[in-house]
Ligand binder design. Structure first.
Ligand code: UDP
Ligand code: MG
Length: 242
């Protein structure tokens, strides 16, 4: 299963489905993946025609399916909803963004690492941030520096949520009762043999990023609070002081 959270992605979906159809088709022909492999789009309360498109793709091609969330709950929750829906009848799950910033060209390599090299998971990271606003890159780098200093979860700079996981790993991820899901931390936390693939940053094929500065800032705070006890220690010290 490929799980793809989508929020207002009507502009990118035609291209994304086209590329995935090609790639998945080739992989099926080469018998690298099962014939009944599926691409599941999770519509995260989009206000545009995203769900309409997903329904159309499903009607014309059994490769595509979808889940419709009752309202916008954010990328991380949409991903969780997708994993919860598919995990019971899958061997492997891949999480991917809708905008082709996670290159489908890596898929064969990812499958090989599991099937031939015996890994439990294949993770990806971008080695550049070309095309991203410099201010966003600056704060992203700062975030990774800070979180790796104060947390013992290993959070890799440039890591994407684009990842292949075996059923075993998905089970471990779903067993974590975290309410605020910071996937980059959770993936590292559950362990498992992970192979890392690096690639140059790719820009969105169309549409705009759904993350503004404020949303990213709050998300980074969630990551820090979830994976470090330092904020708690600071609060305690201030408490004692006062
Ligand atoms: N997304 C989502 N819900 C949201 C925001 C984003 O499901 O509330 C999806 C979005 O459709 C895309 C992925 O999460 O598939 C990553 O979003 P985006 O490309 O805007 O983020 P960026 O690549 O700029 O970090
Ligand atoms: Mg993107």
């Amino acid at each position: 299963y490929l799980v793809i959270p989508c929020y207002n992605e009507e502009e990118v979906l035609p291209e994304t489905t086209k590329r995935l159809k090609e790639k998945m088709g080739t992989l099926m022909k080469k018998k690298k993946i099962a014939k009944d492999s599926k691409v599941i789009f999770v519509n995260d309360g989009s206000k545009d025609r995203t769900w309409e498109l997903i329904t159309q793709y499903h009607q014309t091609d059994s490769l595509f399916g979808g889940i419709n969330l009752s309202r916008n709950r954010g990328h991380q929750n949409a991903l969780l909803a997708g994993l919860m829906t598919v995990y019971e009848d899958c061997d492997m799950v891949i999480s991917m963004d809708a905008d082709l910033q996670d290159p489908p060209a890596l898929l064969p390599k990812m499958y090989d690492a599991i099937v031939e090299e015996g890994y439990d998971s294949v993770a990806t990271r971008r080695v550049s941030r070309v095309g991203e606003p410099p201010i966003r890159s600056f704060f992203a780098r700062m975030f990774y520096k800070i979180i790796n200093k104060i947390s013992n979860a290993d959070i890799v700079d440039g890591a994407r949520d684009y990842r292949l996981m075996t059923r075993q790993m998905v089970d471990a991820i779903l067993s974590m009762g975290e309410y605020n899901r910071f996937s980059k931390g959770i993936f590292g936390w559950v362990g498992f043999q992970t192979k890392w693939l690096a690639y140059e940053n790719v820009e969105r094929v169309a549409g705009e990023t759904k993350w503004n500065f404020w949303k990213l800032f709050l998300y980074s705070l969630e990551g820090i609070v979830a994976f470090s006890t330092v904020p708690l220690t600071i609060a305690s010290l201030f408490g004692i002081l006062f």
